[in-house]
Design a protein around this ligand. Structure first.
Ligand code: DGT
Ligand code: CA
Length: 582
């Protein structure tokens, strides 16, 4: 028998090593994986070529290769495939294979993280680190957590898509740098970053100049450029140290408004705009707006929209979701802005899994100009997150009363992030729940229910008269975890009927509700709370990412409860409590 494939000894060794690793990842008997590693080593040190042994039917003469393994090697070398390996691979979460690429994270640790925290992907692992989940985990600790965060930082550089929050800083730095070139006459970030998408592929930057070579030279000298990908007369692409690509497009000052509109996108919005232009017998592209060969002059995007009888469409709305019709009828809403936010809810302290104290969080909220902060540590079932016992709640409430007396510039509201238990109940008795100003209900476990079960579970939690807010309603983690199966339309309609607020979680990896559902919630009559879900003082600043998505979801300040002042939001909490007792 001869090898009918081009599989070499080297391929075989890699295969056996990978099987050993996969078995370890799956938690099979360690003897099994060791046998594969040993066989790989023995084959490596073999003198004769593996094909000779195969032809002679003498594979079993190699130390560590028994009958079963010899059969597998034969299958691999003769067919080029090994069914056993393919099945093994399928039995292991794909994310494990991604995690194993992180230096310092071996199969044992990956299994431990999966068993104790249900982590299956690098993104979930990063999120868990940010929530300090590894600090008290046996075999881990704060140092390991910090090391893991550092290697993840490096890992993310090579992803195809990036979180908006990971890229915007470098994009703004690049823009500020390019702007320093004297020949730059106008400049703007474009593409998905300008539309404030939750994830982005690259940085699109647009410049107007009369001296393209000078601008190109300056751009190429940006200190954070790692390599040049393409260099043409109007477009240059580089890879930055963050791992993302940056595309610079160079146009004349006259072309700038049209190019800005074009390169902002989205593609679907552009297509819809072109159809509209056609109705006016106009042609539209990145260089201009034309009636036959005559160019229609526009000096800004505003004028470009005006030429098509449209009001200005904010970039966030340019997703072909009815924005052109709204601009035609003058019904584009005044979108919420960060300066509309009066206070923040959903904040964790050192009492559960946060890393800053109540006092320092309140201090940061004051510095940020907020009128109130709503504390909501985890509830008792969330043992992995230091969920609060009834005694700890009492102590926290005393502390909040004290601080409210001492700090006249801020109102601290007493809240809790209560787990929604698998049967849809909340985590404490009514006698405990009634001591809070507000109760946030959220799913943190049992993600794998059927859609019907999960929908019922959440709807039941919304029926609880103590529930004020439903948090991170779909459970998705951007680029790392799909939403759990749930009928969100049903949940949103139920929340509307029950007067429940739904959270737009501002953490850049959650942003859940997503922007399409935000709009559906608004149209269903649900109020939204843009919540930072902060686990430290810096986390309070994530609110801006939530505002971006709220804008993409067409929300105004009136749609968001945390644009209310202290008195008004207190009345909402109070009214809810009155309903319970009436
Ligand atoms: P990304 O990069 O995947 O996060 O999303 P975008 O929207 O930034 O996409 P990108 O960088 O490929 O292109 C930037 C903009 O340029 C895009 O939003 C619209 C415009 N554009 C690019 N290619 C086309 C195209 O083939 N047709 C039209 N109509 N517009 C395009
Ligand atoms: Ca882009």
């Amino acid at each position: 028998m001869t090898a009918a494939t081009d599989k070499t000894k080297k391929d075989l060794i890699s295969l056996l090593e990978e099987i050993g690793l996969l078995l370890e990842l799956r938690g099979d008997n360690p003897f099994k994986s060791r046998a594969y590693y040993r066989a790989a080593r023995n084959i490596e040190s073999l003198g004769p070529d593996i094909d000779d042994l195969l032809q002679k039917g003498a594979l079993e003469s190699v130390r560590g290769i028994g009958k079963a393994l010899a059969e597998k090697i034969r299958e691999y070398l003769t067919t080029g495939r090994l069914v056993y390996y393919e099945q093994l691979r399928e039995s292991i979460p794909v994310g494990f294979l991604e995690m194993i690429r992180l230096p310092g994270l071996g199969p044992k640790k990956i299994r431990a993280l999966h068993e104790m925290l249900s982590i299956q992907t690098v993104g979930e692992l990063e999120y868990a680190c940010m929530e300090n989940r590894l600090v008290t985990l046996p075999g881990f600790g704060i140092k390991t957590q910090d090391k893991i965060l550092a290697v993840i930082e490096n890992f993310k550089r090579y992803s195809e898509r990036h979180l908006y929050s990971d890229i915007i800083g470098q994009a703004e730095e690049l823009k500020a740098y390019v702007e320093r070139c004297r020949d730059v006459l106008s400049i703007s970030i474009a593409g998905s970053l300008r539309r404030k998408n939750d994830t982005v592929k690259d940085i699109d930057l647009l410049v107007a100049t009369d001296a393209p070579d000078s601008v190109a030279g300056h751009f190429l000298a940006f200190p954070l450029n790692e390599s040049t990908v393409a260099h043409g007369p109007t477009k240059i692409s580089t890879t930055l140290s963050s791992g993302s690509n940056s595309d610079l497009r160079i146009v004349t000052p006259e072309q700038f408004p049209y190019a800005l509109h074009h390169f902002t996108g989205s593609k679907d919005h552009n297509t819809a705009m072109r159809s509209r232009a056609k109705k006016y017998n106009l042609k539209m592209n990145e260089y201009g707006l034309f009636r036959e060969s005559e160019s229609i002059p526009c000096t800004s995007e505003e004028e470009l929209f005006e030429s098509l009888n449209l009001s200005f469409i904010p970039p966030e709305l340019r997703e072909d979701q009815g924005e052109i019709e709204a601009a035609e009828t003058g019904t584009i809403p005044r979108l919420i802005e960060e300066s509309d936010i009066r206070g923040v809810l959903h904040v964790h302290t050192t009492a559960s899994d946060g890393s800053d104290t109540l006092e320092s969080l309140a201090g940061t909220a004051i510095d940020m100009g907020f009128q109130y902060i709503g504390i909501s540590d985890h509830s008792k079932s969330a043992f992995y997150a230091g969920g609060l016992s009834v005694e700890e709640i009492d102590r926290q409430h005393d502390r909040i009363d004290e601080l409210n007396e001492r700090l006249p510039n801020i109102r601290i509201f007493k809240g809790i992030e209560s787990d929604i238990l698998p049967d849809g109940t909340l985590d404490y008795d009514n006698t405990v729940l009634e001591t809070f100003d507000f109760v946030i209900a959220a799913v943190h476990s049992h993600f794998t229910m059927t859609e019907a079960e999960m929908t019922l579970r959440i709807m039941k939690a919304l029926d609880n008269p103590f529930t004020t807010i439903l948090a991170h309603p779909t459970g998705r983690l951007l680029l790392s975890r799909e939403p759990y199966r749930v009928n969100m339309e049903k949940v949103i309609r139920h929340a509307a009927e029950r007067g429940i607020i739904i959270e737009l979680n501002a953490h850049p990896r959650r942003l859940d509700l997503d922007w399409k559902l935000c709009r559906f919630a608004k149209n269903s009559g649900v109020k939204i709370a843009i919540n930072p879900d902060a686990h430290d003082c810096a986390g309070l600043r994530d609110i801006r990412f939530g505002v971006n998505i709220a804008r993409k979801g067409w929300l105004t300040a009136d749609d968001c409860v945390n644009c209310l002042d202290t008195l008004a939001i207190e009345q909402i909490f109070f009214r809810r409590n009155q309903q319970i007792f009436s």
